[in-house]
Design a protein. Structure first.
Length: 438
């Protein structure tokens, strides 16, 4: 179309088309219009995955209370160790505690560092020392100056795990925090690890005789819970920001930069350099369960929408369902992985397992194909240790130098008895024949 035709169309309108004649029939009514056929679902070729189901956003319902900036900035130091600003003022972070919530949960009214020191019955200076207040950059410069003993353990699947055990004074503080604060907070009903009244056996019984079992493993479960997240947990319980910061310092750890990683991997220490939950502290399991509360809520809802069962034991996530669930795994797995990432956890992809009923289905060390049962390999291993203790003496079998080897064996036998009493009776008979003088 040329420029002249374009101008004519703009000024006088478009000319009538040859089909628009005076004798043309009127336009058909809507009821006479042909209806386009509905599009049929396109079959996905074998071996190719179709688009995954889109995950709706998770909306938090809580509405945190705002604190006026005028109430935060004060001219005089409101309490010892209050943080100064660049303008010479001080930040008062002790005024936003939810005292009603603290009273409802039966928690102590802690608003300032002095309140925490008085509650712990220690001097304020010692509290600051235990929290790492006097460390440069709030982290120890050497293993000797740290409040934790560090020990590397080799994983069965490869790699190493850092065990951070608090020293005597800090351990006593953490035990009181666990006993009088963290143990009073409710855990999610689908979490079974390190919670009074729940166990690995009860976790496994939730998944007895499934058609298909789906298992995930969270990588670096404790180190992935950072300091800021621990502060948020204490704030959720009702503590002021000042108290939450100090309680979080008492229950997190950061390793010195001079520490070496087994094998010489320069990046192996990265998860431990900033403050995190230390594996080995008495408070870490409870804080880890609380940090995963949102994860449990979302995965429980997802499992309910698919008609399957979900439980979590520490970093082990387990789903079980029927044949219909087995056909929906293509949609279910991407949704689960998306939720885990959104909740700021990391997946160990190499440990993801899909086990159908034709294979051996184990949940937290318990075989659940037909009924809870002790794994054959575990039974044979413990039976061999007890038999050699009878024949050669217990000192020959304590290869890890366990300080209380007898109690260790009794605990393993008790675990077996809770799963299969008849098998455990045979193990108990061997244990009773051991001569502990050898």
């Amino acid at each position: 179309m040329g420029l002249f035709d374009l101008l004519r169309r703009l000024l006088f309108g478009a000319p009538a088309s040859p089909t628009d004649t005076a004798g043309s029939s009127p336009a058909p009514r809507a009821s006479q219009m042909p209806v386009a056929p509905k599009s049929l679902p396109v079959a996905t070729p074998a071996g190719k995955r179709g688009p995954a189901r889109k995950l709706p956003p998770f909306r938090y319902q809580s509405k945190p209370r705002r604190t006026s900036p005028k109430a935060e900035r004060v001219a005089r130091r409101p309490y010892t160790f209050a943080a100064p600003t660049a303008l010479g003022e001080y930040l008062d972070l002790s005024t936003d505690a939810d005292l009603g919530l603290l009273d409802h949960l039966g928690l102590p009214r802690l608003q300032t560092p002095a309140d925490i020191a008085e509650w712990l019955e220690i001097p304020l200076g010692r509290l600051a020392w235990l929290s790492g207040r006097f460390f440069e950059n709030h982290k120890p410069q050497s293993e000797r100056s740290a409040h934790y003993n560090f020990r590397w353990l080799k994983k069965r699947s490869g790699g190493h795990r850092l065990i951070e055990s608090p020293k005597k004074q800090l351990k006593a503080v953490q035990e009181k925090i666990l006993r009088e604060i963290l143990d009073k907070a409710d855990a999610h009903p689908r979490a079974f690890g390190f919670i009074a009244g729940r166990s690995a056996i009860l976790n496994a019984r939730e998944h007895v005789a499934p058609y298909v079992l789906l298992k995930f493993d969270l990588e670096n479960f404790y180190p992935s819970v950072r300091y800021s997240r621990v502060v948020a947990i204490y704030r959720t319980l009702g503590f002021s920001r000042a108290a939450a910061i100090w309680l979080a310092r008492l229950t997190t750890s950061a390793v010195p930069s001079s520490m070496s990683f087994p094998g010489g991997d320069p990046y192996g220490l990265n998860p431990y350099l900033s403050r995190h939950l230390p594996q080995g502290a008495p408070t870490s399991p409870a804080l880890a369960n609380m940090s995963a509360y949102g994860l449990d809520v979302r995965l429980t809802g997802l499992a309910r929408s698919f008609g399957v069962t979900y439980t979590r034991y520490a970093d082990d996530l387990t789903f079980s369902g029927d044949q219909k669930f087995a056909g929906a795994l293509r949609d279910f797995i991407p949704l689960t992985e998306t939720i885990i990432r959104k909740e700021r956890f990391f997946l160990n992809v190499s440990k993801r397992r899909i086990i159908r009923r034709s294979g051996r289905q184990t949940v937290t060390g318990v075989v659940v194909n037909q009924h809870p049962n002790l794994a054959r390999a575990e039974f044979d291993r413990l039976k061999a240790i007890l038999f050699n203790c009878v024949r050669l003496g217990p000192s020959t079998q304590n290869r890890t130098n366990h300080p209380q080897f007898a109690a260790h064996l009794q605990g393993r036998i008790a675990h077996a008895a809770s799963i299969n009493p008849s098998r455990a009776a045979r193990l108990r008979a061997l244990y009773d024949r051991i001569d502990w003088s050898k």
